[in-house]
Design a protein around this ligand. Structure first.
Ligand SMILES: *Cc1c(COP(=O)(O)O)cnc(C)c1O
Length: 455
C-alpha cells in the first residue's frame, strides 16, 4: 500500500515511512491511495487476530510480526474482550474503549503504534526521541505506549499544576529509562509552542531524531478502525455509531470502516460547548470561536486536525483543491463546502449534536439512575447526543465509551454522588512514587534538557 498527502505535494511513501513521518512535508496528512475491502471475520477470532487481519492491507510487509504486536498490545487491556459492548438501553450499547493502561480510548491505538515504532526502528538501526505536549490524556497514553520500547525515548511537557491528579500521576509514576516528564511553569499553549519551536529548528530536529505520535499520525487512525469492525461483527447491522469528538480522528476511523464495507449507517459527531463540528455538519458553518473549558476537556478543541482527511475525500481526492480550501479557511476563519460535496458525506452519513456541561451532568445522573452505570463526561456527551437525534437508522446504536469514569471522578461525583474507584490495575496509583522535572517556561532551558537528558 502506498500513501499520498491530502495536499498533493509530498512524495508518496510506504507504511513504515508514513508511521515515522507523522505529518507530510507539504503540511498535509497521509492517506492510503485506495481503500481495501474489509476481509470477512473467521469464527472465534480474538480482538488481536481481527485487528491484524483488518490492518494487514494497510501495513503490508512494512512491519514484521503484526499479529504478535497486536497480541502484545491488547494483552495490556484489563478485559478479555479488549473493547466490550455493554447495553445501556433498548438497542443502545456503549463500546468500552477504556480498559487499557491509562483508561482512555487512546490506548487502543498507542499501545500498538509504540510497538510498531520500535519494530521499524530496530530493523533500521535507528533511534528517535518523541517530544510532545499534553494537557492530560494523550501524554500518559503515549508514555505507556513506548515505555517498553528500546529504540524510542520520550519527553512529555505538561503545564505545572494544571492537570488533574489522576492525569499527572499516570505520567509521573512511570519509571523507565527512556521516559522523562517535564512540568513547565506555564500553560498548555506554552508547552505546545515549545514543542513546535523544537520541530521547526531543523538542525535540532535532525540531531535529536525528533518524532511525534500526535493524533494526525495515520497509524493511530488505522488502529481505531478495528473496533468499529468488531462491533459490527457481533451486532446485526447496519449499525449507527455516536462518537464523542475532538480532533475528528476517532470518527474518521468510523468513516473508513464504513468505506471498507463494514455495515455502518450513520456516524454521529458529538461535541460539547466547543461545537465547531456540529455547526458545520448541521448548518454548513465551520467558523472558529475561542475554546471554552468544559467537563470533557479532551474534546475542548476548535480546529479538528483530522477533518482534513475527510475534506480530501469530499474534494474527490484532489490535493490542490483541498489545500486551497484550507488556505481560505485559515485566511477567513470560515469553511463552507459546495452542495454536491455535502450530499454524499453530510446528508447520508454524518449527523451531529452538541451537549453542554449541564446536559452532560444530566445524562450522567439519569444513566446512573436508570441503569446503575457510571459514565465519564466524554461518553456522556455521546449518549446525550443520541438522545437528541430522531432520524437515526432502525439498527442498533453504539456510543463509543472514550474514558473510564474513574479518570474524571470529580465530574462523576458531582452528577451522581458516587466517586468511582480506580480499577484494580491502578488502585495503588496514589501510593506510587512520582518522578518529574520542573523547568521554567524558557525554550532554551527545555531544549537543553531534551538534548542532554538521555546521554
Ligand atoms: C482524545 C479524546 C477524545 C477525542 O477524540 P478525537 O479522536 O480527538 O476526536 C474524546 N474523549 C476522550 C476521553 C479522549 O481522550
Amino acid at each position: 500500500m502506498r500513501y499520498v498527502s491530502t495536499r498533493g505535494q509530498a512524495p508518496e511513501l510506504g507504511f513504515a515511512n508514513v508511521l515515522l513521518a507523522g505529518l507530510a512535508n507539504d503540511g498535509g496528512l497521509y492517506v492510503p491511495t485506495e481503500w481495501p475491502t474489509l476481509p470477512a471475520a473467521r469464527p472465534g477470532m480474538s480482538y488481536a487476530e481481527r485487528a491484524a487481519q483488518v490492518m494487514a492491507p494497510f501495513v503490508g510487509d512494512d512491519v514484521l510480526g503484526l499479529q504478535q504486536l497486536c497480541v502484545e498490545a491488547y494483552s495490556t487491556f484489563a478485559h478479555r474482550a479488549t473493547v466490550p459492548l455493554v447495553q445501556i438501553d433498548d438497542g443502545h450499547f456503549v463500546q468500552e474503549l477504556f480498559h487499557g493502561p491509562t483508561l482512555a480510548f487512546k490506548d487502543v491505538a498507542l499501545q500498538l503504534v509504540g510497538r510498531m515504532f520500535d519494530t521499524v526502528l530496530r530493523e533500521r538501526g535507528q533511534r528517535v526521541t518523541i517530544v510532545g505536549a499534553t494537557s492530560g490524556d494523550t501524554g500518559s497514553a503515549a508514555i505507556d505506549g513506548v515505555k517498553a520500547c528500546s529504540n524510542v525515548d520520550i519527553v512529555i511537557l505538561y503545564p505545572h499544576g494544571r492537570t488533574s491528579d489522576v492525569q499527572r500521576k499516570q505520567m509521573t509514576t512511570v519509571h523507565a529509562p527512556n521516559v522523562r516528564v517535564v512540568a513547565v511553569e506555564g500553560t498548555f499553549d506554552d508547552c505546545q509552542d515549545m514543542v513546535k519551536a523544537m520541530f521547526n529548528d531543523a538542525p535540532f530536529r535532525d540531531q535529536m531524531g525528533l518524532s511525534a505520535v500526535n493524533s494526525i499520525n495515520w497509524a493511530r487512525v488505522m488502529a481505531q478502525v478495528v473496533y468499529y469492525v468488531t462491533a459490527t461483527d457481533v451486532l446485526r447491522g447496519p449499525v449507527d455509531f455516536c462518537v464523542p469528538t475532538g480532533n475528528f480522528g476517532n470518527v474518521l476511523s468510523g468513516w473508513i470502516a464504513k468505506r471498507m464495507g463494514a455495515p455502518i449507517d450513520r456516524l454521529v459527531v458529538a461535541s460539547n460547548a466547543n461545537d465547531i463540528l456540529t455547526r458545520f455538519f448541521r448548518d454548513n458553518d465551520m467558523s472558529t470561536a475561542p475554546v471554552v473549558p468544559s467537563l470533557s476537556p479532551s474534546m475542548d478543541i476548535q480546529v479538528s486536525s483530522n477533518f482534513e482527511r475527510l475534506l480530501f475525500e469530499m474534494n474527490d481526492r484532489d490535493g490542490g483543491a483541498t489545500a486551497d480550501q484550507l488556505q481560505r479557511f485559515r485566511a477567513t476563519g470560515r469553511l463552507a463546502v459546495e452542495p454536491d460535496q455535502r450530499a454524499e458525506f453530510l446528508e447520508h452519513t454524518f449527523l451531529s449534536a452538541r451537549v453542554d456541561d449541564a446536559g452532560t451532568l444530566d445524562v450522567m445522573r439519569r444513566t446512573y439512575e436508570a441503569s446503575g452505570m457510571l459514565l465519564d463526561p466524554h461518553t456522556a456527551v455521546g449518549v446525550g447526543a443520541v438522545e437528541q437525534l430522531t432520524h437515526l437508522g432502525a439498527g442498533p446504536m453504539v456510543t463509543l465509551g472514550t474514558a473510564h469514569p474513574a479518570k474524571f471522578p470529580d465530574a462523576v461525583e458531582k452528577a451522581t454522588g458516587v466517586r468511582p474507584p480506580l480499577p484494580p490495575h491502578l488502585a495503588d496509583l496514589f501510593d506510587r512514587e512520582e518522578h518529574f522535572t520542573v523547568l521554567p517556561n524558557d525554550l532554551a532551558v527545555v531544549k537543553q534538557f531534551v538534548a542532554t537528558t538521555f546521554r
